[in-house]
Ligand binder design. Structure first.
Ligand SMILES: Cc1ncc(COP(=O)(O)O)c(C=O)c1O
Ligand SMILES: Nc1c(O)cccc1C(=O)C[C@H](N)C(=O)O
Length: 400
């Protein structure tokens, strides 16, 4: 581990297409250079050569917990408290189901209106299937604290809002929730690898997150789940799969949970995706999350200043104070979709979230001042000259 991060070295770790300025790492991180070769090696040598023996001889079975231990320091969690697998939506389900079971006499799930749809749908679905009268409350983000009460069973929030980049005060909300006997679940999809997180310090019961954004595992990379160590043995998993069993290869017809967080494993780990993730996590051998955060704040400020100075038609949608933001900057414009398509056509890649949000992920591992300046200049050029107003930029694509 270096003491100060060499951002030229971290940038060289990634293989970004020539001529592209990539500000969408908050949705899908770019390809680490070593991944194709490592995937080819894992496929040819381990899968092709060892066949079924790979489970024993290539360490496939231990991957979820081994990689959990690599992610744990990035979220301030102790070793042995994080495992991986499945999608984030599934991990949200597991965490919320377990959290509700820890508070069986209360009926309110408190989240917020800005939470990601999957998290809210999972809560709605669980409330329906449990049939115990759970009520999901989704106040505006600023009003969450006022809704904490002894009625609330679980506080389930995404630390950083996927649209605006607004950041909840995780330490404060967790502390207040715990005083009231509320179990806490944090979705760190837009935090892990983007900013320091202190799971141990805030004492939250559960955290979940994805690895394909700021942890660069590639499309469909596995999600992670953290359970506070003193709670883990009390969890009776809602998705009790064979690989969360104490002795999977005993093929016992009755479920007995594996120790600690390993019980949150469900089924077969996605080995090749985990090879990509393991390779991508090597960037953290040369990067400190505190340095990444400091540079993200500086680059974000540079971007906000440049866009506000040159592009008055855009309105900042993200909080102005750096401590209230994650690692993305969002602006509003009623024609945001077409503007973003025009920007992408010119080689600056961000994304759009309905109804009017242009999102820009600020990812210092592979972005520098020149990228930020180019993005701001290109945006001003397109908006100020109305270059977005063309049929090819207005036409909607299926995934945006
Ligand atoms: C905050 C948040 N939660 C949940 C999800 C759902 O993740 P997945 O599609 O991997 O299940 C996403 C992204 O898609 C997200 O941004
Ligand atoms: N997971 C995604 C996908 O499979 C396709 C397109 C986008 C995504 C995303 O991750 C969306 C993302 N969570 C967001 O913040 O909007």
């Amino acid at each position: 581990m270096t003491t100060a991060t060499d951002f030229a070295a971290t940038r060289a770790f990634f293989d970004l297409p020539e001529g592209v300025t990539y500000l969408d790492g908050n949705s899908l991180g770019p390809l680490p250079r070593a991944v194709p070769e490592r995937l080819a090696q894992a496929a040819r040598h381990d899968w092709g050569g060892k066949l079924i023996g790979g489970w024993n001889d290539a360490g496939w079975m231990e991957m979820p917990d081994r990689l959990g231990d690599r992610i744990a320091p990035l979220i301030g969690a102790p070793a042995g408290s994080v495992t991986l697998g499945d999608t984030l939506s599934v991990k949200v389900y597991q965490a919320l189901a377990a959290a509700l079971a820890l508070n069986p006499d209360r009926r309110v799930i408190l989240s917020c209106a800005g939470n990601f749809p999957s998290d809210l749908y999972i809560a709605q679905g669980l409330a329906r299937t449990l049939e115990r009268g759970h009520d999901l409350r989704t106040p505006p983000p600023e009003e969450v604290e006022a809704h904490l009460s002894e009625e609330v069973a679980v506080l389930m929030l995404t630390e950083v809002d996927y649209r605006t980049g607004r950041r909840h005060d995780m330490a404060r909300l967790s502390a207040r929730a715990h005083e009231l006997g509320i179990v806490t679940v944090w979705d760190l999809a837009h935090s892990a690898g983007a900013l320091p997180v202190d799971m141990a310090g805030c004492g939250a019961a559960f955290a979940v997150g994805c690895t394909y954004k700021y942890l660069n595992s590639g499309p469909g990379g596995p999600a992670f789940i953290h359970v506070r160590p003193d709670l883990a043995q009390r969890i009776d998993p809602a998705l009790a799969g064979w690989l969360g069993h104490e002795a999977p290869f005993a093929f016992d017809p009755d479920y007995r949970p594996a120790p600690a967080v390993m019980r949150m494993r469900v089924g077969t780990p996605p080995v090749l995706q985990m090879v990509a993730l393991e390779t991508a996590l090597e960037v953290w051998d040369m990067a400190r999350i505190e340095d990444v955060r400091a540079r993200s704040v500086a680059l974000s400020q540079r971007f906000i200043d440049a866009v506000e100075a040159s592009c008055p038609a855009l309105t900042l949608a993200s909080p102005r104070a750096p401590e209230d933001r994650g690692s993305q900057v969002s602006f509003r414009h009623p024609e945001g979709y077409a503007i973003m398509q025009a920007l992408i056509a010119g080689g600056v890649v961000g994304d759009f979230r309905a109804p009017d949000i242009l999102r820009f992920g600020i990812t210092p591992l592979y972005l520098d001042e020149a990228d930020i300046d180019r993005a701001a200049e290109s945006l001003a050029h397109i908006v100020n000259r109305g270059l977005w107003d063309a049929p090819e930029f207005r036409a909607r694509k299926p995934v945006t």
